[in-house]
Write a protein that binds this ligand. Structure first.
Ligand code: C2O
Length: 585
């Protein structure tokens, strides 16, 4: 892997033609996207039974009684509690402000936000191919934000704090009658809409500071080979005229400056793959997260999370995948809490965060465009009515709802097109029908014989029964076969990652996302969910339908599921491993 440690003292590179192609044209036409998965909603009972099994009857009841209540941020933002020190280890180590609450400008309650009618469409460009003019404008806008008084809700610091308040237990569910529960915008179906609104106001504030109603944030195009480096505009401390580059941030991994290629399966260690291999891994990673592991909206957005519940849910395929990987990849490993990008409390301090999340947000649009019956926004009222409170570009406190953020053109912005060559990067199996290989595995435990919770401090091979074999095309259209890991318990202060393989050889760690055998991974940024707990719970699921087709293993009655720890799992465990058919509602 190439790395660059050179720190240029002047001159921003003209990056419009920066090339990350390994001399091969990977950027193919993305028409005729092939996806055999066409699934709809999860059966709610399945989810509940899963959770009930985990947390016992008491919690099962509380989850049921919580139905029909959307999560809502409090009207009174002075209710915000500064708890950011939770989840960042020793607070003396914190490199960023621990006070995350917004300034209170008046006693007025937030007004319901109304989207401007017939807005000029702001078109978000890919960060690696913007004009000099655009770059100058963007830098000027961020500088203007930095120059605001820090008690101005539009200021750089206050904008950064928003993320911390919504992630590090700044708000409770008081508004929905549950002051004892915190609000968490990660690891559930709130992930995409919260961040969409966050960027929406951030972008409008930047535009208004430079008096340009067309100003649009750039997106970090990490899913296309041409965008698979840190966008060079963020790299240099100073600009062409030796002025401070306002979008530069010192707290980043110096090994990952251009031309280092991003690793969308980053484990916190350098993979050392050749350029061409890394591109292949990235392409297949995208394919899995957008297609084979996201046939329905819960798998893509994340699981249900309603008022009265703890933030324990299924984490969506992009969130736990490329999203977390890029946070860690960009962050500074020399910092005590991997500031800035590598920890939720500090991530908003890096301008790169907003370019990163613009691409995450773009994935929401693309996923819907991929088609397939399951590819739609959640329709559950508790999702549609969930709401957050922000300051808009006029310092007005407003309340915004998920239901109003489903269509970006109605919101007044869109994305400049960039091809999605990963849509044809369906992985290929390392070996087909490897039943013989799995038999030679040294230690396979039957899932029925395991004493759960099962620790994740070493590689484990678990034999899991399938609910059905040789499913027909019609069966597959009715339900998706998914591997479900429930009750994943881990230390929330650590970067945690493990990978999951199906019917692989004993040396599964050699398998990458480019091989069908890899079902996917689970990764979490360090942060905190609950006031007193250091441990956190989550769940994840992986699509098996295409994987089994690829491996010609559709008649296997059981599968060997291999869990390979990658980072921070020494004290992690899993409570349940099962394969289920997730029906289409
Ligand atoms: Cu709110 Cu990328 O995290």
């Amino acid at each position: 892997m190439m790395t660059s440690f050179s720190l240029k003292t002047n001159a921003i590179r003209t990056q419009h033609y920066f090339n990350v192609s390994c001399n091969t044209n990977h950027d193919e036409n993305h028409k005729n996207i092939k996806t055999s998965l066409d699934m709809k909603n999860v059966d709610r009972r399945n989810l509940l039974l899963g959770l009930g099994g985990l947390y016992g009857a008491a919690n099962f009841t509380s989850i049921q009684s919580a139905f029909a209540t959307p999560i809502a941020a409090p009207d009174d933002i002075s209710d915000c509690v500064a708890t950011a020190y939770k989840g960042i280890g020793n607070s003396a180590d914190a490199r960023r402000s621990l006070a995350c609450c917004p300034p209170v400008l008046s006693e007025d309650r937030p007004k319901d936000y109304v989207l401007p009618k017939n807005p000029v469409i702001r078109v978000r460009p890919p960060a690696h191919r913007v004009s000099e003019d655009y770059m100058a404008k963007y830098r000027k806008a961020i500088q203007a934000m930095r120059d605001l008084d820090e008690n101005d809700p539009r200021s750089y610091k206050q904008q950064a704090r928003i993320h911390c308040a919504y992630c590090n237990a700044g708000y409770t569910q008081k508004q929905s009658g549950h002051p004892e529960k915190e609000i968490q915008v990660h690891n559930s179906w709130l992930f995409f809409p919260f961040h969409r609104w966050y960027l929406y106001f951030y972008e409008r504030i930047l535009g208004s500071l430079i008096d340009d109603p067309t100003f649009a944030l750039p997106y970090w195009n990490w899913d296309n080979p041409t965008g698979m480096t840190l966008p060079p505009m963020f790299e240099d401390p100073v600009d062409n005229d030796l002025r401070r580059n306002s979008i530069f941030n010192a707290y980043r991994d110096a090994r990952h400056l251009p031309p280092a290629i991003v690793d969308l399966e980053y484990n916190g260690r350098e993979r050392g793959a050749s350029c061409i291999d890394q591109l292949g891994i990235n392409m297949s990673t995208m394919y899995k997260q957008m297609i084979s592991n996201a046939p329905d909206y819960i798998s893509f957005f994340g699981g249900e999370y309603r008022a009265g519940q703890d933030p324990i849910s299924i984490v969506g395929s992009i969130e736990r995948g490329a999203h977390t990987a890029m946070h860690i990849w960009a962050s500074d490993p020399r910092m005590p809490n991997r500031e800035d990008m590598g920890n939720f409390y500090s991530a908003g301090y890096d301008p790169l965060f907003y370019a990163h999340h613009a691409n995450v947000d773009r994935m929401w649009n693309i996923w819907k465009q991929l088609g397939g019956r399951g590819h739609h926004d959640p329709t559950d009222p508790d999702w549609l009515d969930a709401s957050y409170v922000f300051y808009d570009e006029n310092k007005q406190l407003v309340r915004v709802y998920n239901r109003n953020c489903c269509d970006t053109t109605l919101m007044g912005y869109d994305y400049e097109t960039s091809r999605i060559p990963w849509s044809r990067a369906r992985p290929v199996p390392r070996t087909k029908n490897p039943t013989g290989a799995t038999r030679s595995m040294k230690r396979i435990e039957r899932v029925e014989e395991i004493n759960f919770p099962m620790k994740l401090d070493q590689i484990v091979n678990v034999l899991v029964k399938r609910p059905a074999t040789n499913r027909t095309k019609q069966d597959k259209e009715k339900a998706s076969e998914m591997l479900i890991l429930d009750g994943i318990r881990f230390d929330s202060e650590k970067f945690v990652k493990f990978d999951v393989f199906i019917n692989d050889k004993d040396d599964a760690p050699a398998t990458t996302a480019a091989d069908s055998q890899m079902a996917g991974s689970f990764a979490e940024l360090p942060h905190n969910h609950s006031k007193d707990k250091m441990f956190m719970m989550s769940a994840v699921r992986f699509g098996l339908t295409e994987l089994l087709e690829d491996m010609e293993s559709e008649d296997d009655e059981s599968l060997v599921v291999t869990l390979v720890p990658r980072a921070g799992t020494d004290d992690a465990s899993v409570s349940e491993i099962k394969i289920q058919l997730i029906p289409i509602e």
